[in-house]
Design a binder for this molecule. Structure first.
Ligand code: CAO
Length: 415
């Protein structure tokens, strides 16, 4: 069947994390992604957080698989000519420059439309149109401005950012979906369009349950599944909820055997109502099955602290994986807190290609996260990230440049 995006050519003007995650996904689905980088330095992440001197960092290699790299000075006249040819021959231009950068290069939406009316121009920006539209934004700024930080952490602590890169990789995912939708629409209209994914918007989209809770709080003055209930105070804004579940089935993180020395000996436990009787039997609290203070979800809400304390008294006697096995025999939803070390070694993630080992000419073997989205008719092969400018000659030849012209561009430091 080939690949889902076979034949789609992407002019990849992305850098750092948000844009590269998007174009990496498109490449995994089969698009030909041509990454344009500055000669000499390239994407800034090639050199950031390096673990091996003079070798592309894991930051870069893990975000740029399956792409080709073309070095180009996009600001000089000869470089702009190459870029124009790329605009004409590609389907999508993806960029996550600071606001205004593409316009300053001379590639306004109007100019791109003149060159190629079918071109889709997809952008990550920190903010959408409004008072902050001109601001530069990194991951944690988006987490703060999108509502995540104010609702993450414990009530008595400061706002917290999360390790999941919801601002960067989350926005990259949103943008990829917008691009695929625009490509689909182009089949009918023959026209390109602009696609914008703002990092604030994407984070907020992922935090929509908290905007739900803001309105519930405004209506009732209380959020009964939050740890502040029944003894704490609620203010005017959704408070931080610790490890409380974001849904209608109360959950919490409980200690397991070994927690004193292992920082990840914990389990997420959900007191799903339909299996309440099984939970009571497993943890040795059969009397709660009929006790009116515990028998119904509504009765349990003001007693969640006691409920999770009793659950923890049972889980501390088991390792997190033993507890998970026993609980799953009863269909009780739970999840072990897995460290990155454990995830890296997990055979089932290797078997599905979610964790892959990749070989790199200067780095050697390294682990990466493969394509988390599986298409049954378009399997992903993860290929290593390109070296800086590795495909410059190849791409220029495809654009019609002969060897002498390529040599002349190189002599003038255009490529
Ligand atoms: N040839 C010539 N010039 C190039 C070039 C090329 N191939 N590639 C980039 N440049 C130039 C740009 O033209 C720009 O120059 P001017 O400012 O003079 O117009 C310059 O490089 C810097 O681009 P930038 O402003 O995008 O980069 P920065 O490092 O200053 O900012 C970032 C980085 C991420 C804060 C900013 O790009 C941004 O806000 N992007 C949008 C939001 C985003 O994606 N953030 C997440 C990043 S992932 O954590």
């Amino acid at each position: 069947m080939g690949k889902a995006l076979d034949g789609v050519r992407i002019l990849d003007f992305t850098h750092v994390q948000s844009g590269p995650t998007c174009t990496q996904l498109l490449a995994w689905f089969g698009a030909d992604v041509i990454k344009v980088e500055r000669a000499g330095s390239g994407d800034v992440t090639r050199q950031q957080l390096r673990d091996i001197p003079d070798v592309d960092s894991l930051y870069f290699t893990m975000l740029n698989h399956n792409k080709r790299s073309l070095t180009l000075d996009a600001k000089c006249e000869d470089g702009k000519k190459v870029l124009e040819k790329l605009v004409v021959s590609c389907d999508v231009l993806v960029e996550n420059f600071a606001p205004g950068v593409l316009d300053r290069m001379g590639f306004t939406w109007e100019r791109i439309q003149q060159l190629n009316p079918r071109m889709i121009v997809a952008s990550v920006k920190g903010f959408g149109p409004g008072p902050y539209q001109d601001c530069k934004v990194y991951e944690n700024i988006a987490q703060c401005a999108g509502g995540s930080a104010s609702t993450t952490g414990f009530d008595d602590g400061p706002p917290l950012v999360t390790g999941a890169q919801i601002g960067d990789s989350g926005t990259g995912l949103h943008l990829a979906l917008g691009i695929v939708a625009a490509l689909y629409q182009r089949h009918r209209t023959g026209r390109g369009q602009k696609v914008l994914a703002a990092m604030q918007d994407s984070v907020l989209n992922l935090c929509r349950v908290k905007l739900r809770d803001q309105q519930r709080l405004a209506c009732t003055g209380v959020l009964k599944e939050y740890p502040q209930y029944p003894n704490g105070q609620f203010g005017e804004a959704v408070p931080r909820a610790g490890n409380a579940s974001g849904g209608g089935q109360p959950g919490w993180i409980v200690k397991c055997k070994g927690w004193q020395s292992d920082p990840n000996a914990y389990l997420y436990f959900i007191t799903q109502a339909p299996v309440w009787q099984d939970i009571c039997k497993v943890i040795g609290k059969e009397e709660w099955i009929t006790d009116p203070d515990y028998a119904t979800p509504e009765a349990r809400l003001p007693r969640l602290e006691q409920v999770f304390a009793a659950i923890e008294a049972w889980t501390v006697t088991k390792s997190k994986l033993e507890a998970m096995q026993i609980l799953n025999e009863h269909d009780i939803p739970c999840g072990p807190i897995l460290s990155m070390r454990e995830i890296a070694a997990e055979p089932s993630l290797r078997a599905t290609g979610t964790v892959v080992e990749v070989d790199h000419p200067t780095r050697g073997k390294y682990l990466s996260v493969g394509n988390p989205i599986k298409l049954s008719g378009s399997e992903t092969e993860v290929r290593r990230s390109p070296l800086l400018g590795e495909h410059t000659d190849e791409v220029l030849a495809e654009l019609g440049y002969c060897m002498q012209e390529i040599a002349a561009l190189r002599a003038k430091n255009v490529i």
